[in-house]
Design a protein around this ligand. Structure first.
Ligand SMILES: NC(=O)c1ccc[n+]([C@@H]2O[C@H](COP(=O)([O-])OP(=O)(O)OC[C@H]3O[C@@H](n4cnc5c(N)ncnc54)[C@H](OP(=O)(O)O)[C@@H]3O)[C@@H](O)[C@H]2O)c1
Length: 449
């Protein structure tokens, strides 16, 4: 027996009989996991509050922010060290660094330095994880540390851990959902209050649901980043934001909701990733969804994710996808998981999956195209000829009364076809002189799509 093995029980016995530890408050007694937080904004402040107000295994010892004098709060314990020098964090005796700064740089360098200095990392930074996740996970794996990013997708909904751990016994085939609360707020306002896109965005900005520049959200980049992360943890394929085709919701008009309702549908920004052999289909774009589907029932800034497993079928996760407190819950849950796993190596960063052989956004589905035309005889015949040439079957044509003939919106719904085939037909149609604006095409999803 080695001398090391002999020493261990002696140390444990000393530890167990130390009365001060037994008398301590639960948080002090179990505070084996010391954490330093970088960034003290919306999420950072909420994380600190949650950690202060509940007993757990985690103890906040350092807060680092560039505006430390402005952001310092009186309600944190006096022994928490405040600093604006990030080097102090890497030199500190802490187990975990929590990165809540956001953006690609310097956040990426700081996460690297934390891992290289032997600390685990928790982050809510979806942009960074979608962009450099594979390299950071590889570094954490090499260092034998944890890298957790449960808060990076869908805020307070524990969907990353549900896909990664809760459904590890299944083989996931498909993930779809509403991953961007801003888009969902804008679309549901357009639907329920008949607002224009611009008015709905303005209202979302007033209520704090949209940034001053909402492009990242409304143009689909935020949802694409989140989908890339979910595909990685759930479908086991390496995907980055740029691999996910995304389309904006800017072209949606109030009339599109009227026509969608005629088809028994509404419009949502839907992110979907689906495995098909060696190919991964992925997109984040507006789509028609049946009014009876869970996606249609998501209101306001809520999020929802449906995961389809080969054996377990569908599981659904919904709740608040953003905001200080819901996001803080996800961060603290990651911290608790690390504290619980410390010592036994459970939950250490796993090896990264491989990229798929092929990535495509060319889903086959029913299609919706809204045309806005200067009315005259022969328009339907001209359009029908192009669609016939591309072997696309028209399912129905709808025209609501009450619109000016100089700018008349009408809908053609198509039977299932590949998005790329429809796009070829639309390329031929766009130059036609009766169009007042470019046609808007949207996939029409069925219940399970
Ligand atoms: N807010 C949400 O609902 C939400 C939801 C999910 C995920 N997230 C993610 O959580 C992270 C934090 O978001 P947040 O909303 O809390 O952001 P925030 O309110 O803007 O806070 C960011 C904090 O980091 C500090 N900071 C920024 N750049 C820095 C730099 N270069 N050096 C030092 N400190 C710097 C800021 O200081 P200053 O005050 O001086 O700028 C502030 O303390 C982001 O990755 C975000 O994507 C947020």
């Amino acid at each position: 027996m080695s001398s090391r093995a002999l020493q261990k029980p002696v140390r444990m016995a000393r530890h167990l009989t130390k009365p001060a530890l037994l008398d301590a408050k639960p948080q002090q007694r179990e505070a084996r996991c010391k954490i330093a937080m970088i960034g003290f904004g919306t999420v950072g402040r909420s994380v600190a509050k949650v950690l202060c107000e509940r007993a757990g295994r985690v103890l906040l010892t350092h807060v680092c922010s560039r505006s430390v004098n402005r952001e310092r709060v009186p309600w944190l314990p006096p022994d928490v060290r405040w600093t604006d020098d990030v080097n102090e964090v890497f030199a500190a005796d802490v187990d975990v660094v929590v990165e809540l700064v956001g953006g690609l740089q310097p956040a990426e360098d700081w996460i690297r330095r934390a891992l290289e200095s032997g600390k685990s990392v928790v982050t809510a930074n979806k942009q960074l994880i979608a962009h450099s996740g594979p390299e950071l996970v590889e570094l954490a794996h090499r260092m034998g540390r944890h890298l957790c990013y449960g808060a990076s997708v869908a805020g307070g909904i524990p969907v990353v851990s549900a896909l990664q751990d809760g459904l590890a016994g299944d083989r996931l085939l498909k993930i779809r959902g509403i991953l961007n609360g801003t888009c969902n707020y804008v679309l549901t306002q357009m639907e329920s209050a008949g607002m224009s896109f611009a008015a709905a965005v303005k209202e979302a900005q007033k209520l704090g649901f949209a940034e001053a520049d909402p492009s990242e959200d409304v143009d689909g980049l935020d949802a694409a980043a989140k989908l890339a992360i979910l595909a990685r943890v759930g479908l086991q394929v390496q995907l980055r934001t740029g691999d996910v085709m995304c389309r904006s919701i800017r072209e949606i008009e109030a009339v599109d909701f009227e026509y969608a309702h005629e088809l028994g549908c509404t419009i949502r920004q839907v992110s979907r990733a689906e495995r098909n052999g060696d190919c991964l289909f992925a997109s984040a774009q507006p789509a028609l969804v049946p009014l009876s589907s869970p996606l249609a029932r998501v209101q306001g800034s809520q999020n929802l994710v449906v995961a389809t497993g080969e054996f377990g079928g569908d599981t659904v996760y919904s709740g608040f996808g953003a905001g200080g407190n819901p996001t803080a819950v996800a961060v603290v849950s990651d911290l608790e998981a690390i504290a619980k796993a410390n010592g036994n190596g459970a939950g250490l960063a796993a090896a990264e999956p491989q990229p798929p052989k092929e990535i495509s956004s060319d889903f086959a589905s029913r299609q919706y195209v809204r045309f806005t035309v200067k009315d005259r005889p022969g328009i339907i015949a001209a359009l029908a000829a192009v669609f016939a040439e591309h072997q696309i079957n028209i399912d129905s044509i709808l025209q609501k009364p009450g619109y000016e003939k100089s700018s008349l919106p009408f809908l053609i719904a198509f039977e299932a076809c590949r998005a790329s085939v429809l796009e070829k037909a639309l390329e031929k149609i766009r130059p036609l002189d009766f169009l007042v604006k470019p046609p808007l095409s949207l996939p029409v999803l069925s219940e399970g799509e």
